[in-house]
Write a protein that binds this ligand. Structure first.
Ligand code: C2E
Ligand code: MG
Ligand code: MG
Ligand code: MG
Length: 294
């Protein structure tokens, strides 16, 4: 009898869930196991200097390959990790694994000693009281120089609690890591925070970049973001550069760096040394024999 009731309760529960809730609930339970089943992995997307095509570093991007569903987009699963709080554990794994990988590349001479690594931080991770201590610990264990690490946060993170944001960024600045504002211009935030915070990079979101050649409003916005960043002593990274003409406009606007499918999609780690090697300026390796066209 009890068993029967239980089953009815279960059916009642399911029938009252909307399809998105059901998808979410099963995603959530699948994500609980993803780490231990080693379904999570990392890809890296090269970041390139616009002026001379030099390799400056990579952004690490989380990947989830479910055993039956296959590859699931971070746009779908990151919000679930965020809401459940699992992001703290997964985010720490991303940070530790990518720092270890990056340091290994540098030690082997597979990347130049000044190559940088960019890691996305979710709002929930950013609000962890001991975030700075955790980062220091990871840098200590992996041996990675703090000056090579950039943390990417979105504007919204700072607007939620500006004073707390100022405190955390101050601590991170003391450690020596850099800060990038990701998806700049897409949040509902004021510009006021830019004047008081130690920010190193603005990343122009792909929505302003993709139609830059034909849409004069997008071009005006991108150009203005670049001028704003430079006037504040920051550098700019354009996201989502898919073709040569887009890159040409960004170059004319004085954009510092870019990433995008035009140069390279995010790739598996073993591909990074080869891509970087092809782009290193000769000085980075201490060679003097040849020079690359720029
Ligand atoms: P994001 O940090 O803005 O990352 C850039 C996204 O644009 C990546 O999508 C990348 O694959 C994609 N992209 C790069 N170049 C191009 C291009 O030329 N064209 C187009 N159409 N797309 C391009 P992805 O890997 O699907 O990641 C989506 C978002 O998920 C990221 O946006 C970031 O917000 C989040 N994410 C990914 N990995 C992590 C992580 O480890 N931690 C956290 N907290 N968030 C992550
Ligand atoms: Mg990012
Ligand atoms: Mg972005
Ligand atoms: Mg984005």
């Amino acid at each position: 009898q009890a068993k029967q009731d239980g089953r009815n309760d279960y059916r009642f529960f399911i029938s009252n869930m909307s399809p998105p809730d059901m998808v979410r609930a099963s995603l959530e339970s699948a994500l609980h196991h993803a780490l231990e089943r080693q379904e999570l992995s990392l890809q890296y997307q090269p970041q390139i200097r616009v002026s001379n095509k030099q390799f400056i570093g990579t952004e690490v991007l989380l990947r989830w390959t479910h055993e039956t569903l296959g590859s699931i987009s971070p746009v779908v699963f990151i919000p679930v990790l965020e809401e459940t709080g699992l992001i703290n554990k997964v985010g720490e794994w991303v940070l530790a694994s990518s720092c270890r990988q990056h340091q290994e590349w540098i030690e082997k001479g597979a990347l130049p000693s000044d190559a940088k690594l960019s890691v996305n931080l979710s709002p929930r991770q950013f609000r962890q009281r001991d975030l700075a201590d955790r980062i220091v610990q990871i840098l200590d264990i992996t041996g990675m120089k703090p000056q090579l690490l950039t943390l990417e946060i979105t504007e919204g993170v700072l607007m939620d609690n500006l004073q707390q944001g100022i405190d955390i960024l101050g601590r991170l600045r003391e450690i020596g890591v850099s800060i990038a504002i990701d998806d700049f211009g897409t949040g509902y935030s004021s510009l006021a925070y830019l004047k008081d915070l130690p920010i190193d990079y603005l990343k122009i979101d792909r929505v302003f970049v993709k139609d830059i050649v034909d849409d004069k409003n997008d071009a005006a916005i991108a150009n203005s973001i670049i001028a704003l960043a430079h006037n504040l002593g920051m550098e700019v990274i354009a996201e989502g550069v898919e073709d040569h003409n887009v890159l040409g406009v960004l170059q004319a606007f004085g954009c510092d760096h870019y990433q995008g499918f035009f140069f390279s999609r995010p790739v598996d780690p073993e591909k990074i040394p080869g891509i970087a090697l092809q782009l290193f300026s000769d000085e980075s390796f201490g060679f003097t024999g040849t020079t690359h066209p720029s």
